[in-house]
Each structure stands twice: as C-alpha cells, then as structure tokens.
Design a protein around this ligand. Structure first.
Ligand code: NAP
Ligand code: GDD
Length: 328
C-alpha cells in the first residue's frame, strides 16, 4: 500500500527485479486519472496489478487482502507531510492510525502468515534526548504526524506480541530522490533552483534553514525494508546514513552546483516555520548493518547532485556539472 508514492515506486522496482508478483493498493481516483496520479509507476504499469482501496475504509482493505492473500505486505501509505499535519491534525491521525490498524487487523484474519512492514519514522524521536538516535531512544514526537507514527509503531509491536504476527517497523530517517513530493524541502529546493535557472522565478522562500536532517536516498532505503521481511524474526530497525546536514547546507550545495550564490535567492519566511520543530535528527543504523548488512550507498553530495540534475533536465536548463549517476 502506497505504491504511487516515492518509496512505493522504488520498492515496486526492487520487488519486480527480484521476481515478485507485485500487487499495489491505490485510491480509486488514481485508477480514474492514471496520467496524473500514477506518474511515478507509469513505467511499471504493465508489470504490477493494482487494486482500489483506501486507508479510511476497513472493508476496502479487507477485500483486497482476501483476494490477493499476500506473502509480504509493505504498508507505506500515509498522510506523510509533517507540515500539513499541523493544519489538519484530525485527518492525519485518523488516516494514519486507523489505516495501519485496518491493515494489521485484515491481515490477521485473512493472511496471518504474511510478513508485514510498517513505515515508521525518525519523526517519532522528535525532540530526541539522545544523539544519534537508535532503536532504544525514547520517542518524543512533535506533530500529529509523529504521534500517528508512534501509534502505528505500537500497533505493529502489539500485533507481533499479542498475535504472533511477523510484523516489523522500519524507523526510517529522511530519504529523498528525484521522485520526492514537491512539498518536501529538498525537492522544493531543487525545483525552485531549476525554476530560477529557467528564469521562471526570482527567489526561493523557505522556513527554518537551521533544522538538521539525516538525508539518504530512497532507492537505498527500500532495500532495508525488504531485508526486514526476510528475517526469521520480526523486529524494529533504524535506517539512516549517520550524517546530518542543515536545510541551509542542502540549499547551499544545490545552488553552488549551479554556480549561483544562494544568499541572493533564498528568503527565510517566518510563515513557513512550524509550530513545533524537530531541530536535529541523526540515526545510528548499526543494528540493520549487523543483522542484514545494510548501509546507505548514496552520499549526501551525490543525492543533491542527482536531484538538481534531474530537475534542471525537467526544466530544460543547462546544468554545468557532467554525467550524473542514477536513473529515474
Ligand atoms: P509519499 O510519497 O507521500 O507517498 C504516500 C503514499 O500514501 C502515496 O502512495 C499515497 O497515495 C498514499 N496514501 C496517502 N493517503 C492515502 C489514503 N487515504 N488511502 C490510500 N493511500 C493513501 O511518501 P513516501 O516518501 O513514499 O513515504 C512512504 C512512507 O514512509 C509513508 O508512510 C511515510 O510517512 C513514511 N516515511 C517516509 C520517510 C521519507 O523520508 N520519505 C521517512 C520515514 C517514514 P496517493 O498517491 O494517492 O496520494
Ligand atoms: N517542507 C518544508 N518546506 N520544510 C522546510 C521548509 C520549507 O519551505 N523550510 C525549512 N524546512 C524544514 C522543516 O521545518 C523541517 O525541519 C525540514 O526542513 C524538513 O522538512 P520536510 O522536507 O518537510 O521533511 P520532514 O523532516 O518534516 O518529514 C519527512 O521526513 C520524515 C522522517 O524524518 C517526511 O518524509 C516524513 O514523512 C518522514 O517521516
């Protein structure tokens, strides 16, 4: 579930490459408007089966699981934009918590042997007491989004303990790509930069430039999800690069790649600050490394380069740097 999103698209590619039969759950409206809503998986549509269901409806989810009887289920669907969760706490909590509960309950009934992955988040750590954050760090979420992920994490743990479900949570730190949604800061920066280069805009308005995140590449992170479901025992894992950078550093790196002075274009806009900020995230993924040999492959520098190059190409603007690794 969540196959139309950034992670869902990379995970579907990974599973197809491994020979899986891939079923994706999408909203009904997506099937009616594939050009706009299925863009990230347009290149996979002849190789995946799509089913309509919604996180808001238990019967819709139940029906799909009863007909597909999955061996593995990756639950990636969520209202995933932290900032929006301040505007509408209620729908974020309803969708994310109930949606996760519906999936767990449906699987328990129709496919109890199914291995289940829950997309937990470093936002669960929020105002973390410990740096870097590990699986043992106490949660202190700072938004309705973070709270919804803590609830999903606890539901997943409880299904594991109470009903013996093979249910694991990945505590994933921020991961980006050229498929990242436009509302997230990294993509906002790389799209904004490409529009400045194309002469379509003169400035880029951002919020808190001092927030620090542990940014990796989504393509690397879906591999960790898959590994979790191949383990004999279900468990929870932090997935992170172990490096942290500020929003300012991301923006400076992107603008410098294009030969522009960021100070001439970036405006820090107070209205874009969040009511409660998560100031510093950096993860320690030693457990994932020890259990299944996972580590991030893409450097921060390559991530920024790939995203800037892709958005410049979409805008049709010359980008001075040469060849870029990674494909869409
Ligand atoms: P994303 O691009 O925003 O994708 C979210 C997916 O959820 C989309 O497929 C979306 O479908 C689906 N969805 C949202 N509301 C739904 C609903 N009511 N019913 C059915 N489907 C619904 O997110 P992502 O970056 O791929 O992240 C995947 C998961 O990992 C999310 O749960 C996110 O919270 C979590 N996570 C992400 C990160 C990160 O840095 N990317 C880090 C930690 C955790 P539509 O296309 O129809 O909107
Ligand atoms: N979106 C956005 N837009 N963020 C901005 C802006 C802006 O204009 N200016 C500064 N920021 C700061 C935010 O205040 C935040 O501290 C940081 O940039 C990152 O914001 P996002 O890119 O929106 O991501 P996020 O860290 O809040 O959440 C993402 O990562 C989580 C994992 O830690 C999402 O993918 C979540 O779904 C995910 O769980």
């Amino acid at each position: 579930m969540g196959i139309t999103g950034q992670d869902g698209s990379y995970l579907a590619e990974l599973l197809l490459a491994k020979g899986y039969e891939v079923h994706g759950i999408v909203r009904r409206v997506a099937l009616e408007d594939p050009t706009r809503r299925l863009g990230r998986i347009a290149h996979l549509l002849d190789r995946v089966s799509l089913h309509a269901a919604s996180l808001e409806s238990f019967p819709s989810v139940y029906r799909v699981f009863r007909s597909v009887l999955p061996d593995e289920c990756y639950h990636l669907a969520a209202q995933s934009f932290v900032s929006y969760s301040f505007d509408d706490e209620f729908s974020t909590l309803n969708t994310n918590i109930n949606g996760t509960h519906f999936i767990l309950a449906a699987l328990k009934d129709v496919a109890p042997q199914c291995h289940f992955y829950f997309a937990g988040s470093s936002e669960m750590f929020g105002n973390a007491e410990q740096v870097p954050q590990t699986e043992a760090t106490r949660f202190h979420p700072r938004s309705a989004y973070g709270i919804s992920k803590v609830a999903g994490f606890e539901l997943t743990r409880n299904y594991r303990e109470a009903y013996g479900a093979h249910a694991s949570s990945g505590i994933l730190f921020n991961h980006e790509s050229q498929r990242r949604g436009f509302e997230f800061v990294t993509r906002k920066i790389t799209v904004g930069l490409s529009q400045i280069l194309a002469g379509k805009s003169k400035e880029l308005r951002l919020g808190n430039l001092d927030a620090k995140r542990d940014w990796g590449h989504a393509r690397d992170y879906v591999e960790a999800m898959w590994h979790m479901l191949q383990q004999e025992e279900p468990d929870d894992y932090v997935v992170a690069t172990g490096e942290t950078h500020s929003v300012r550093e991301f923006a400076e790196r992107a603008f410098h790649l294009a030969g522009l002075d960021p100070n001439r274009y970036i405006v820090s806009a107070p209205e874009l600050y969040r009511p409660a900020e998560v100031h510093l995230l950096v993860g320690d993924s030693s457990k994932a490394r020890a259990k299944f040999g996972w580590k991030a492959k893409t450097s921060f520098q390559d991530l920024v380069l790939e995203m800037v190059a892709a958005d410049c190409a979409s805008e049709g603007v010359e980008f001075p740097i040469g060849a870029v690794s990674g494909t869409r």
